[in-house]
Ligand binder design. Sequence first.
Ligand code: F6P
Length: 549
Amino acid sequence: MTQKLSGPEKFIEWGYLGEHFSKIKTEHLREYFREDPGRGDRFSLTIGDLYFDYSKNMIKNETLDLLIKLAEKVGLRQRIDDMFSGKKINTTEDRAVLHTALRNLSGEPLMVDGIDVMPLISGTLDKMKIVADRIRGGDWKGFSGKQIKNVVNIGIGGSDLGPRFVCNALKWYSDREINIRLVSNIDGTDIVETLYGLDPEETIFIIASKTFTTIETMTNAESAKEWVRSSAGNTEFISKHFIAITSSRENSELFGISPENTLEMWDWVGGRYSVTSSIGLLVMISAGYDNFISLLKGFHKIDEHFKNAPFNENIPVIMALIGVWYNNFFMYGSHAVLPYDQYLADFPAYLQQCDMESNGKSINLEGELAGYHTGPVIWGGIGTNSQHAFFQLLHQGSRVVPADFIGFAQPLNDQGDHHRKLMANFFAQSKALAFGRTGNEVLKAGIPEEQIPFRTFPGNRPSNTLLFTRLTPETIGMLIAIYEHKIFTQGVIWNINSFDQWGVELGKSIASEIAEDLTSEDISGNDHDSSTKELISVFRSLRDVDEGN
Ligand code: F6P
C-alpha cells in the first residue's frame, strides 16, 4: 500500500529540492562568495527602514527558484488572500484569522460573517485611547482619590508576551512617570514580587484574557482583587482599579468588571497575534496613542508588502522558504533569534510562542499525520551577552543552528563608543559563522600546530541579517509582522493549521485533576501512573513536614 501524500512532498518541486540538496550539501558559503562577488548585494532586499541580507544562506538561484515554485504549487498566493479577506482558515476552530485587520489603515471595509469589522476595530481603538489618555494625563484616580501611577497587566501567553515585549521594546518612547509591570505566572511569587512596594491606591490592573477563564490569569486576578480590597475596605474599588480585555463580557462581568471598563477582543484574533488589538492597551498607556498608531503603521507596511510583493522579493516569504530548506532538507531542528539591542531582550520569548504554538503541529489540515518535520525549536537571546553563553555551540557545536541577527544602525542611547562596538560584534558574528577559519588560517595566525583542530571553525553556519535604521514604534511593528507572515507561510507549506493550539489542552486538564489530589483527604481513588502517584505522595509528605522538626 502506498502512503497518501497530502503535504508538500506530493509536489514534484519537493523531489527536485531533494535532488538539488544532494548536489549542494557539501558546498561551502566560502565558495559561493568567492564565485559571486556581488552575492551580498544580490541576495538582499530593502523595504522602508529595513535592509534584509539573506546572502549568508546555503542557497543558490536554483534553490530559491525551486522553493518559490513550491510556494506557488501549495497555493500560497490564494492562502494569503484568504487570510486577508477574512475566510475561516482556522478550520479546526471554524474561525477567520484577521490580526491584519487590526492594522488595516486603508479604511476599506472587511466583512466577517456579514459584518464589517472595521468600525468595531476603530471603536475599540478610540476606547483604548480614552483609557490611555486618562491614565497618562493623571485623570484616572483610585478609590482614595490618588492619581494612578502603576499599571499592572495580568495575562499569560499572548496576553502577556506581546505587551511585555513591545512595552520593553518601546521603553525609550515611554512615559517614565507611569510604572508598567506584568504578572503572568501562577506561581504566587510572581504577583507578590511584582506588587512589592506598590501602593494599591495608585495601582490599576488590566486583566487581559481573551477567554477570561485561563487559570493562571484568573488566579492572579483574584489575588489582585483581594490586594486592593484589603486596602480599600469597601466594594466600590473595582471600577477604579480593574480593566478587562476579553472576548467574553459575561466572564468579565462575573468577575465584577463592568462593561464600561471592558475592552473588546474578537474570536478572529489569536492570542499570539493580538498585540495590535486591545491587548496592546498596556503599550498604549506606556508609549502613548501616537506611538501605538506608528506601531500599527509598521505592521501595515509589512502586511502590504507580504500581500503584494512577488515571492522572490517578499521578505517573510523568503525567510520562510529558507527556513523550510533547512528544516526539511538539511534537517536542522532549531533556529536562533539574536537581537543586538537591549530593548529587544524579550523578543526571543515572544517569538517562541508565536512560532512554536503556531507551527508545533504534526497533524496536517486533512487530519493525517504529516510525514515530515514542521516547526523548529525557536530560541535565542540578546547580543552580545549570548556570545558569552551559547555562541560556542553555534560556532563549533555538532549541530548547525541557522540564526537571525537583528540590529539597528542608529542607537537610541548614544553612549560613548558602545554602539560601534556592539555593531562590530553584530557583523563579526555572522561573518565568523558563515566563513569560519580553516586550518591554514589558524597556522598563519601563528597558533601552534597541535591546537589546529581546536582553533578551526567549520563555517557554513547560515544566518539572515535584519538591519533597521533605528528602533522606532514603526520598525518594531515591521519586525513582528515579518515573523508573523513567515510563520504563516511555513504553515501553508507544511499544510498545517498555524492558528489553533490544541497541544496546550491535555496538560491543563490533567493539572486540574491533580490539583484535587494535592489537597484532598482521600487519594486512594487516583489512578495515576506509578511515577506520578509517587511524586504526588512524596510532595504531600514533604509539604506537610513541620519545618520546626
Ligand atoms: O497557551 C494557550 C493559550 O490559549 C494561548 O494561545 C493564549 O495566548 C494564552 O493561552 C492565554 O489565553 P487567554 O488570553 O484566553 O487567557
